[in-house]
Design a protein around this ligand. Structure first.
Ligand code: NAD
Length: 460
C-alpha cells in the first residue's frame, strides 16, 4: 500500500518555517474573528469532502465508511463546531482575584499563542489525528506545519488539499514525507511540538527538541488492560469489547490490549466474544465490508509473529495478500510471550485470568503506565478501587474507547504513554501560553516591602 514520499527539500522546509515565523511575528494570526471565520470555512470544506475522506481512508487500509465517519470526520466536525462556538470566550483575557499582597491591583491571565507549531501525526486515524491538533493550534492563534503519516498517503494528500483550500502556507503547511522529512523538521526550532505516535519515536522527538527547551505534547501508546470482574454483565462486556478492540482492525492507541478476567468467568466471556465477532463480521470476517486491514506488510508480519506458539481461542487466520488478520483471541499467553511485550496494535486479544486482586496488580504493574484502562463490573466499589488505584491516561468503566469522544475530557497519556492532553478547551489551552499580568494601581504605594526592613516582622 503506502510508500514513503518526500516532496519537500530541507531548504523548502526552513524557508516555509521562516515565512510562518514572519507571518506570526507580524501579528497576522492574532485576529480572533479571522481565526473563527477560517475554522468555519475548514468545517464547510470537510463537510463537502466527507465522501472523499472516506474514499481516501478506504484506499489506505480499507477502513469501513461508517468507522471513518464515527471515528474521524464526525469527531473533527464536532471539535470544529465546539471551538467555533467557544473561541471568542477562550481567547479573551481572564480577570482573576487579586491578593492582599498585591493590593491594589487588577490581575489577569492573557492567553498568548506559542507561535510556530509542528504537528507530527501517525497513520492509524490519519485524518483525525492530523486535523484535531491543528484545530487547537490554529484556534489558539499559532501557525502550523503538519506532517501526516507516510503510511496513509491518500488521506495525507487529501488533508494537504483541504488545508490548502482555507489557509496559505504561511498559516498552515502540510508536508508529506517519512522519517527523513520528520528528522529535518525536528532539527528546526519550534515554539511547540505536538507528536502522536509510538513510544520509541516519542523519545526521539523529546530528545530532538530538548536543546531548544521546546514545550511539547506527546501522545503515545501502551498496553491497555481491560479488567473484567465476576460481577460484570459478561454478554454486554463482550459486545462492547469486540466493538472497541476490532474497530480499525485493532489499530487504535486506546483499544483494549489484553483482557484480565476473573478465572471463573473466562469461558462464558470467550464464548460470548465468539458470538459477537460472528454477529459483527459474519462467518468469515475477511468478506465483511466492516472490517479494516493492517496498514502495511511490516505491521502484518509483526502481528503474525505474535500468533506463533500461542493457543488460539478463535480467529488466527491471516492472508498476506491483503494484510488481513482475523479478529483473534489468545488463551493465556505467558508474560514472556512476544504478544505480551509491547502494545499489540492489531486485532489480537490475549485473555489472561486472575483469582484475586494481587494477581491483577502483579500483571498491571508489570507494564509501564498505559494510555487507557478499562474495568467491567457491576460491583461499583471494585471498579472505583481500580479506577483510583492505577495510573493511566484515561479510560472507562463498563465500556472501552468511548472516553475519547467527550470533548469535556482531556485526552492524553501519563508516564511512558505520554504527557499533555487535548480536545475541546484543553486543545486551546495546550497551544496557549497563559501570561500572568498584574496591573498595579499608582494612587497609593504601601511602603512595607521596601528596605530597611528593621521592625517590619512579623508582617501580620
Ligand atoms: P510512529 O511513531 O512510527 O510515527 C508517528 C510519526 O512520526 C509519523 O509521522 C512518522 O513519519 C514519524 N516518525 C517515525 N519515525 C520517526 C523517527 N525516527 N524520527 C522522527 N519522526 C519519525 O507511529 P505510527 O506507527 O504512525 O502510529 C502508531 C503508534 O502511535 C502506536 O504506538 C500508537 O499507540 C500511537 N498512537 C497514539 C495515539 C494517542 O493519541 N496517544 C493515537 C494514535 C496512535
Amino acid at each position: 500500500m503506502a510508500e514513503a514520499l518526500s516532496i519537500h527539500s530541507e531548504v523548502d522546509i526552513s524557508k516555509l518555517l521562516s515565512s510562518q515565523i514572519a507571518f506570526f511575528e507580524a501579528g497576522n494570526s492574532l485576529d480572533v474573528a479571522e481565526r473563527i471565520s477560517k475554522l468555519r470555512k475548514l468545517k464547510t470544506i470537510i463537510e463537502e469532502k466527507e465522501e472523499e475522506i472516506s474514499a481516501a481512508l478506504f484506499a489506505d487500509f480499507r477502513k469501513p465508511e461508517f468507522e471513518t465517519y464515527a471515528t474521524e470526520t464526525a469527531l473533527i466536525l464536532s471539535e470544529l463546531k465546539f471551538t467555533i462556538k467557544k473561541l471568542k470566550k477562550w481567547a479573551k483575557p481572564k480577570k482573576v482575584k487579586s491578593t492582599f499582597l498585591n493590593f491594589p491591583s487588577k490581575d489577569y491571565i492573557y492567553p498568548q499563542p506559542y507561535g510556530n507549531v509542528l504537528v507530527l501525526a501517525p497513520w492509524n486515524y490519519p485524518f483525525q489525528l492530523s486535523v484535531s491538533p491543528a484545530i487547537g493550534a490554529l484556534a489558539a492563534g499559532n501557525t502550523v506545519i503538519l506532517k501526516p503519516s507516510e503510511y496513509a498517503p491518500a488521506t495525507s494528500q487529501l488533508t494537504k488539499e483541504i488545508f490548502a483550500e482555507v489557509y496559505t502556507e504561511e498559516e498552515v503547511a502540510v508536508i508529506l514525507g517519512g522519517v527523513a522529512i520528520s528528522e529535518e523538521l525536528l532539527k528546526l526550532k519550534w515554539d511547540y511540538v505536538f507528536f502522536t505516535g509510538s513510544v520509541p519515536v516519542g523519545r526521539i522527538v523529546a530528545k530532538a527538541i530538548a536543546p531548544h527547551l521546546t514545550p511539547a505534547t506527546l501522545e503515545l501508546g501502551g498496553k491497555n488492560p481491560c479488567i473484567i470482574h465476576s460481577s460484570a454483565k459478561i454478554d454486554l462486556a463482550a459486545k462492547r469489547i469486540v466493538w472497541g478492540k476490532f474497530i480499525n482492525a485493532g489499530q487504535t492507541c486506546i483499544s483494549p490490549d489484553y483482557i484480565l478476567i476473573d478465572k471463573k468467568k473466562k469461558t462464558e466471556f470467550t464464548e460470548a466474544v465468539k458470538k459477537e465477532i460472528k454477529a459483527a463480521f459474519g462467518e468469515d470476517p475477511r468478506n465483511s465490508s466492516d472490517y479494516a486491514r493492517i496498514i502495511n506488510k511490516k505491521n502484518f508480519e509483526r502481528l503474525q509473529a505474535m500468533l506463533q506458539e500461542q493457543t488460539i481461542i478463535t480467529g488466527g487466520e491471516t492472508a498476506p495478500d491483503d494484510n488481513y488478520i482475523a479478529p483473534t483471541l489468545l488463551n493465556e499467553p505467558s508474560l514472556d510471550a512476544e504478544v505480551m511485550q509491547d502494545e499489540i496494535f492489531g486485532p489480537i486479544l490475549p485473555v489472561l485470568t486472575f483469582s484475586d486482586e494481587t494477581e491483577i496488580e502483579k500483571i498491571i504493574c508489570h507494564y509501564p503506565d498505559p494510555l487507557a484502562l478499562y474495568v467491567f463490573a457491576e460491583d461499583k466499589d471494585f471498579s472505583e478501587k481500580i479506577l483510583q488505584k492505577y495510573r493511566f491516561g484515561g479510560g472507562a468503566s463498563n465500556d472501552v474507547v468511548v472516553h475519547i469522544a467527550n470533548k469535556n475530557l482531556p485526552f492524553g497519556g501519563v508516564g511512558s504513554s505520554g504527557y499533555g492532553g487535548y480536545h475541546g478547551k484543553f486543545s486551546f489551552d495546550t497551544f496557549t501560553h497563559k501570561k500572568s499580568i498584574s496591573k498595579r494601581a499608582t494612587w497609593i504605594d504601601i511602603p512595607l516591602r521596601y528596605a530597611p526592613y528593621t521592625g517590619k516582622l512579623p508582617l501580620i
